[in-house]
Design a protein around this ligand. Structure first.
Ligand SMILES: Nc1ncnc2c1ncn2[C@@H]1O[C@H](COP(=O)(O)OP(=O)(O)O)[C@@H](O)[C@H]1O
Ligand SMILES: CC(=O)N[C@@H](CCC(=O)OP(=O)(O)O)C(=O)O
Length: 289
Protein backbone atom coordinates (compact mmCIF):
# COMPACT_ATOMS: atom_id res chain seq x y z
CA UNK A 1 0.00 0.00 0.00
CA UNK A 2 1.35 3.47 -0.89
CA UNK A 3 1.42 5.77 2.12
CA UNK A 4 0.68 9.42 1.32
CA UNK A 5 1.78 12.27 3.57
CA UNK A 6 0.11 15.54 4.45
CA UNK A 7 0.71 18.28 7.02
CA UNK A 8 -1.45 19.51 9.92
CA UNK A 9 -2.08 23.30 10.15
CA UNK A 10 0.81 23.31 12.69
CA UNK A 11 3.13 21.81 10.07
CA UNK A 12 3.41 18.31 11.57
CA UNK A 13 3.61 15.50 9.03
CA UNK A 14 0.64 13.08 9.07
CA UNK A 15 0.12 10.01 6.90
CA UNK A 16 -3.05 8.55 5.34
CA UNK A 17 -2.90 5.80 7.93
CA UNK A 18 -2.95 8.35 10.76
CA UNK A 19 -5.93 10.05 9.13
CA UNK A 20 -7.79 6.75 8.74
CA UNK A 21 -7.16 5.90 12.38
CA UNK A 22 -8.37 9.36 13.42
CA UNK A 23 -11.58 9.08 11.36
CA UNK A 24 -12.23 5.57 12.67
CA UNK A 25 -11.75 6.50 16.31
CA UNK A 26 -14.09 9.48 15.88
CA UNK A 27 -16.70 7.29 14.16
CA UNK A 28 -16.42 4.42 16.65
CA UNK A 29 -17.44 6.57 19.61
CA UNK A 30 -20.55 7.72 17.73
CA UNK A 31 -21.35 4.16 16.63
CA UNK A 32 -21.13 3.00 20.22
CA UNK A 33 -23.51 5.75 21.30
CA UNK A 34 -26.03 4.91 18.53
CA UNK A 35 -26.33 1.21 19.51
CA UNK A 36 -29.91 0.39 20.52
CA UNK A 37 -31.10 3.98 19.84
CA UNK A 38 -34.23 4.59 17.74
CA UNK A 39 -33.57 6.94 14.82
CA UNK A 40 -36.56 8.20 12.82
CA UNK A 41 -35.74 9.26 9.26
CA UNK A 42 -38.22 11.12 7.10
CA UNK A 43 -37.42 10.65 3.42
CA UNK A 44 -38.97 13.52 1.48
CA UNK A 45 -40.49 12.79 -1.91
CA UNK A 46 -38.22 15.53 -3.23
CA UNK A 47 -35.05 13.47 -2.55
CA UNK A 48 -36.28 9.99 -3.40
CA UNK A 49 -34.41 9.87 -6.71
CA UNK A 50 -31.22 10.00 -4.59
CA UNK A 51 -32.42 7.26 -2.25
CA UNK A 52 -29.74 4.65 -2.99
CA UNK A 53 -26.95 6.11 -0.83
CA UNK A 54 -29.34 7.11 1.94
CA UNK A 55 -30.72 3.56 2.09
CA UNK A 56 -27.16 2.18 2.11
CA UNK A 57 -26.29 4.37 5.11
CA UNK A 58 -29.49 3.28 6.87
CA UNK A 59 -28.65 -0.41 6.35
CA UNK A 60 -25.12 0.13 7.71
CA UNK A 61 -26.47 1.98 10.76
CA UNK A 62 -28.87 -0.93 11.36
CA UNK A 63 -26.05 -3.46 11.03
CA UNK A 64 -24.05 -1.42 13.55
CA UNK A 65 -26.85 -1.73 16.12
CA UNK A 66 -28.97 1.42 15.64
CA UNK A 67 -32.74 1.03 15.20
CA UNK A 68 -33.85 3.00 12.11
CA UNK A 69 -37.50 3.73 11.35
CA UNK A 70 -38.37 5.27 7.96
CA UNK A 71 -41.33 7.51 7.19
CA UNK A 72 -41.55 8.53 3.55
CA UNK A 73 -43.34 11.19 1.55
CA UNK A 74 -43.95 11.15 -2.18
CA UNK A 75 -45.50 14.53 -3.06
CA UNK A 76 -43.83 14.84 -6.50
CA UNK A 77 -44.97 11.31 -7.51
CA UNK A 78 -48.54 12.10 -6.44
CA UNK A 79 -48.38 15.32 -8.50
CA UNK A 80 -47.19 13.35 -11.55
CA UNK A 81 -50.12 10.91 -11.32
CA UNK A 82 -52.65 13.68 -10.73
CA UNK A 83 -51.38 15.41 -13.89
CA UNK A 84 -51.62 12.16 -15.88
CA UNK A 85 -55.20 11.74 -14.69
CA UNK A 86 -56.12 15.41 -15.31
CA UNK A 87 -56.90 16.00 -11.63
CA UNK A 88 -55.90 19.50 -10.47
CA UNK A 89 -53.25 19.88 -7.72
CA UNK A 90 -53.63 22.50 -5.02
CA UNK A 91 -51.72 23.18 -1.78
CA UNK A 92 -52.55 25.38 1.22
CA UNK A 93 -49.55 26.23 3.43
CA UNK A 94 -47.68 23.19 2.14
CA UNK A 95 -50.60 20.74 2.63
CA UNK A 96 -52.39 19.09 -0.31
CA UNK A 97 -56.06 19.88 -0.73
CA UNK A 98 -57.44 16.33 -0.95
CA UNK A 99 -60.89 15.52 -2.36
CA UNK A 100 -62.16 11.92 -2.68
CA UNK A 101 -60.62 11.46 -6.14
CA UNK A 102 -57.24 12.87 -5.05
CA UNK A 103 -57.27 10.64 -1.97
CA UNK A 104 -57.50 7.54 -4.17
CA UNK A 105 -54.39 8.64 -6.06
CA UNK A 106 -52.54 9.50 -2.81
CA UNK A 107 -53.26 6.03 -1.39
CA UNK A 108 -52.25 4.29 -4.61
CA UNK A 109 -48.96 6.19 -4.99
CA UNK A 110 -47.83 6.24 -1.35
CA UNK A 111 -48.71 2.69 -0.35
CA UNK A 112 -48.67 0.91 -3.70
CA UNK A 113 -45.66 2.53 -5.30
CA UNK A 114 -43.31 4.53 -3.09
CA UNK A 115 -43.56 2.31 0.01
CA UNK A 116 -43.19 -0.92 -1.91
CA UNK A 117 -40.28 0.44 -3.96
CA UNK A 118 -38.37 1.44 -0.81
CA UNK A 119 -38.93 -1.95 0.83
CA UNK A 120 -37.77 -3.79 -2.29
CA UNK A 121 -34.67 -1.60 -2.62
CA UNK A 122 -33.74 -2.10 1.05
CA UNK A 123 -34.20 -5.82 0.65
CA UNK A 124 -32.07 -5.95 -2.53
CA UNK A 125 -29.34 -4.06 -0.70
CA UNK A 126 -29.28 -6.60 2.14
CA UNK A 127 -31.66 -4.89 4.58
CA UNK A 128 -34.63 -6.56 6.26
CA UNK A 129 -37.54 -4.15 5.80
CA UNK A 130 -41.30 -4.27 6.27
CA UNK A 131 -43.65 -1.76 4.65
CA UNK A 132 -46.79 -0.52 6.33
CA UNK A 133 -48.91 2.60 6.52
CA UNK A 134 -50.37 4.55 9.41
CA UNK A 135 -53.68 2.70 9.11
CA UNK A 136 -52.00 -0.67 9.84
CA UNK A 137 -52.17 -1.94 13.42
CA UNK A 138 -54.30 1.13 14.37
CA UNK A 139 -51.04 3.06 14.37
CA UNK A 140 -52.05 6.62 13.41
CA UNK A 141 -55.40 8.03 14.57
CA UNK A 142 -56.34 11.33 12.97
CA UNK A 143 -59.20 13.74 12.38
CA UNK A 144 -60.03 16.40 9.80
CA UNK A 145 -58.95 19.70 11.32
CA UNK A 146 -59.53 22.07 8.40
CA UNK A 147 -62.54 21.49 6.11
CA UNK A 148 -60.85 23.53 3.33
CA UNK A 149 -58.25 20.75 2.97
CA UNK A 150 -60.76 17.90 2.53
CA UNK A 151 -59.54 14.42 3.52
CA UNK A 152 -56.40 15.65 5.25
CA UNK A 153 -55.70 14.34 8.71
CA UNK A 154 -54.26 16.03 11.75
CA UNK A 155 -52.60 13.43 13.96
CA UNK A 156 -54.49 12.74 17.19
CA UNK A 157 -52.44 9.86 18.55
CA UNK A 158 -49.86 7.30 17.49
CA UNK A 159 -49.69 3.77 18.88
CA UNK A 160 -46.06 2.69 18.40
CA UNK A 161 -46.62 -0.96 19.49
CA UNK A 162 -46.46 -2.50 16.01
CA UNK A 163 -43.27 -0.57 15.16
CA UNK A 164 -41.65 -1.54 18.47
CA UNK A 165 -42.51 -5.19 17.74
CA UNK A 166 -40.90 -4.98 14.30
CA UNK A 167 -37.76 -3.34 15.70
CA UNK A 168 -37.43 -6.09 18.29
CA UNK A 169 -37.63 -8.66 15.49
CA UNK A 170 -34.78 -6.95 13.62
CA UNK A 171 -36.83 -5.27 10.86
CA UNK A 172 -36.50 -1.77 9.44
CA UNK A 173 -40.10 -0.43 9.37
CA UNK A 174 -40.99 1.73 6.35
CA UNK A 175 -44.15 3.79 6.87
CA UNK A 176 -46.45 5.55 4.40
CA UNK A 177 -48.17 8.65 5.85
CA UNK A 178 -51.84 7.68 5.88
CA UNK A 179 -54.02 7.69 8.99
CA UNK A 180 -57.35 6.42 10.25
CA UNK A 181 -60.18 8.91 10.72
CA UNK A 182 -62.80 8.56 13.52
CA UNK A 183 -65.29 6.76 11.23
CA UNK A 184 -62.70 4.38 9.81
CA UNK A 185 -61.94 6.50 6.73
CA UNK A 186 -58.43 6.84 5.39
CA UNK A 187 -56.89 10.34 5.66
CA UNK A 188 -53.95 11.87 3.83
CA UNK A 189 -51.38 13.20 6.32
CA UNK A 190 -48.23 15.15 5.55
CA UNK A 191 -45.30 12.80 6.08
CA UNK A 192 -43.36 15.37 8.13
CA UNK A 193 -46.14 15.39 10.73
CA UNK A 194 -46.38 11.58 10.87
CA UNK A 195 -42.59 11.35 11.34
CA UNK A 196 -42.63 13.89 14.17
CA UNK A 197 -45.51 12.22 16.06
CA UNK A 198 -44.04 8.76 15.58
CA UNK A 199 -40.61 9.90 16.80
CA UNK A 200 -42.28 11.29 19.93
CA UNK A 201 -44.32 8.12 20.55
CA UNK A 202 -41.20 5.95 20.13
CA UNK A 203 -39.03 8.19 22.34
CA UNK A 204 -36.60 8.34 19.44
CA UNK A 205 -33.08 9.62 20.03
CA UNK A 206 -33.08 11.58 16.79
CA UNK A 207 -35.49 12.71 14.10
CA UNK A 208 -33.82 13.52 10.78
CA UNK A 209 -35.64 15.00 7.80
CA UNK A 210 -33.97 14.32 4.45
CA UNK A 211 -35.04 16.80 1.82
CA UNK A 212 -33.72 18.43 -1.36
CA UNK A 213 -32.24 21.54 0.25
CA UNK A 214 -28.98 22.24 2.10
CA UNK A 215 -31.07 22.99 5.21
CA UNK A 216 -33.33 25.87 6.14
CA UNK A 217 -32.18 28.95 4.24
CA UNK A 218 -32.31 32.68 4.90
CA UNK A 219 -33.83 35.06 2.32
CA UNK A 220 -30.36 35.36 0.70
CA UNK A 221 -30.16 31.56 0.25
CA UNK A 222 -27.48 30.92 2.89
CA UNK A 223 -27.97 27.99 5.28
CA UNK A 224 -29.05 28.49 8.89
CA UNK A 225 -27.14 25.93 10.97
CA UNK A 226 -29.23 26.35 14.16
CA UNK A 227 -32.80 27.60 14.29
CA UNK A 228 -34.86 28.34 17.40
CA UNK A 229 -38.61 28.20 17.87
CA UNK A 230 -39.07 32.01 17.88
CA UNK A 231 -36.82 32.53 14.85
CA UNK A 232 -38.67 29.83 12.88
CA UNK A 233 -42.04 31.49 13.56
CA UNK A 234 -40.63 34.87 12.47
CA UNK A 235 -39.28 33.40 9.20
CA UNK A 236 -42.68 31.77 8.47
CA UNK A 237 -44.47 35.10 9.12
CA UNK A 238 -42.01 36.91 6.83
CA UNK A 239 -42.55 34.31 4.07
CA UNK A 240 -38.88 33.22 4.08
CA UNK A 241 -39.99 29.74 5.15
CA UNK A 242 -42.76 28.76 2.74
CA UNK A 243 -44.47 25.85 0.93
CA UNK A 244 -43.40 22.35 1.98
CA UNK A 245 -40.93 23.80 4.50
CA UNK A 246 -43.83 25.05 6.68
CA UNK A 247 -45.13 21.59 7.77
CA UNK A 248 -41.52 20.42 8.13
CA UNK A 249 -40.57 23.21 10.53
CA UNK A 250 -43.87 22.91 12.45
CA UNK A 251 -43.25 19.16 12.75
CA UNK A 252 -39.70 19.79 14.03
CA UNK A 253 -40.93 22.21 16.67
CA UNK A 254 -43.67 19.80 17.84
CA UNK A 255 -41.20 16.93 18.01
CA UNK A 256 -38.75 18.82 20.21
CA UNK A 257 -40.95 18.29 23.27
CA UNK A 258 -40.12 14.57 23.12
CA UNK A 259 -37.07 14.11 20.86
CA UNK A 260 -33.72 15.61 21.92
CA UNK A 261 -32.28 16.14 18.43
CA UNK A 262 -34.12 17.22 15.30
CA UNK A 263 -32.27 17.95 12.04
CA UNK A 264 -33.06 18.83 8.44
CA UNK A 265 -30.35 17.61 6.04
CA UNK A 266 -29.78 17.40 2.29
CA UNK A 267 -30.65 13.87 1.14
CA UNK A 268 -28.90 14.49 -2.20
CA UNK A 269 -25.46 14.73 -0.54
CA UNK A 270 -23.41 11.53 -0.69
CA UNK A 271 -23.53 9.65 2.63
CA UNK A 272 -25.06 12.60 4.44
CA UNK A 273 -26.35 10.30 7.22
CA UNK A 274 -22.93 8.84 8.03
CA UNK A 275 -21.54 12.39 8.12
CA UNK A 276 -24.39 13.62 10.29
CA UNK A 277 -24.44 10.69 12.73
CA UNK A 278 -20.85 9.44 12.85
CA UNK A 279 -18.62 12.54 12.63
CA UNK A 280 -18.06 15.71 14.65
CA UNK A 281 -19.30 17.93 11.79
CA UNK A 282 -23.09 18.13 11.53
CA UNK A 283 -24.72 18.96 8.21
CA UNK A 284 -27.95 20.90 7.47
CA UNK A 285 -30.02 22.74 10.10
CA UNK A 286 -30.50 21.71 13.72
CA UNK A 287 -33.77 22.87 15.30
CA UNK A 288 -33.52 23.95 18.92
CA UNK A 289 -36.03 25.09 21.56
N1 LIG B 1 -36.49 28.96 3.94
C1 LIG B 1 -36.44 27.83 3.22
N2 LIG B 1 -35.31 27.07 3.24
C2 LIG B 1 -35.21 25.94 2.50
N3 LIG B 1 -36.22 25.46 1.72
C3 LIG B 1 -37.38 26.15 1.67
C4 LIG B 1 -37.54 27.37 2.42
N4 LIG B 1 -38.80 27.84 2.19
C5 LIG B 1 -39.38 26.99 1.32
N5 LIG B 1 -38.56 25.97 1.01
C6 LIG B 1 -38.89 24.90 0.07
O1 LIG B 1 -39.22 23.73 0.80
C7 LIG B 1 -38.88 22.61 -0.02
C8 LIG B 1 -38.81 21.36 0.83
O2 LIG B 1 -40.12 20.96 1.16
P1 LIG B 1 -40.84 19.80 0.32
O3 LIG B 1 -40.81 20.12 -1.12
O4 LIG B 1 -42.14 19.50 0.95
O5 LIG B 1 -39.78 18.64 0.53
P2 LIG B 1 -39.92 17.13 0.97
O6 LIG B 1 -40.52 16.43 -0.21
O7 LIG B 1 -38.49 16.78 1.21
O8 LIG B 1 -40.76 17.07 2.20
C9 LIG B 1 -37.56 23.04 -0.64
O9 LIG B 1 -37.29 22.33 -1.82
C10 LIG B 1 -37.76 24.52 -0.88
O10 LIG B 1 -38.23 24.75 -2.19
C1 LIG C 1 -51.61 16.41 3.40
C2 LIG C 1 -50.40 16.28 2.53
O1 LIG C 1 -49.88 17.27 2.06
N1 LIG C 1 -49.93 15.03 2.33
C3 LIG C 1 -48.82 14.76 1.48
C4 LIG C 1 -48.34 13.34 1.75
C5 LIG C 1 -47.03 13.01 1.07
C6 LIG C 1 -45.89 13.87 1.59
O2 LIG C 1 -45.89 14.39 2.69
O3 LIG C 1 -44.85 13.96 0.69
P1 LIG C 1 -43.53 14.88 0.80
O4 LIG C 1 -42.80 14.48 2.03
O5 LIG C 1 -42.82 14.55 -0.43
O6 LIG C 1 -43.97 16.33 0.86
C7 LIG C 1 -49.19 14.91 -0.01
O7 LIG C 1 -50.33 14.59 -0.38
O8 LIG C 1 -48.30 15.31 -0.78
Amino acid sequence: MTIMFDRTPEGDIISDQHLIARVLSEALSYINYLKGKILVFKLGGSMLEHQQEVLQDIIWLHQLGALPVLVHGGGPYINEWLTKLNIPTRFLDGLRVTDAETLEVVRMVLRGQVNQRLVLMLSQMGGKAIGLCGTDGDMVQAHIADERLGYVGEVESVDPASIQGLLEQGFIPVIAPLGQGPDGTCLNINADLVAAHLAGALNAEKLIFLSNVIGICRADGTRISELSDAEARRLIDEGVISGGMIPKVSACLDALAAVPRVHIVDGREPHVLLRELCTDQGAGTMIIR
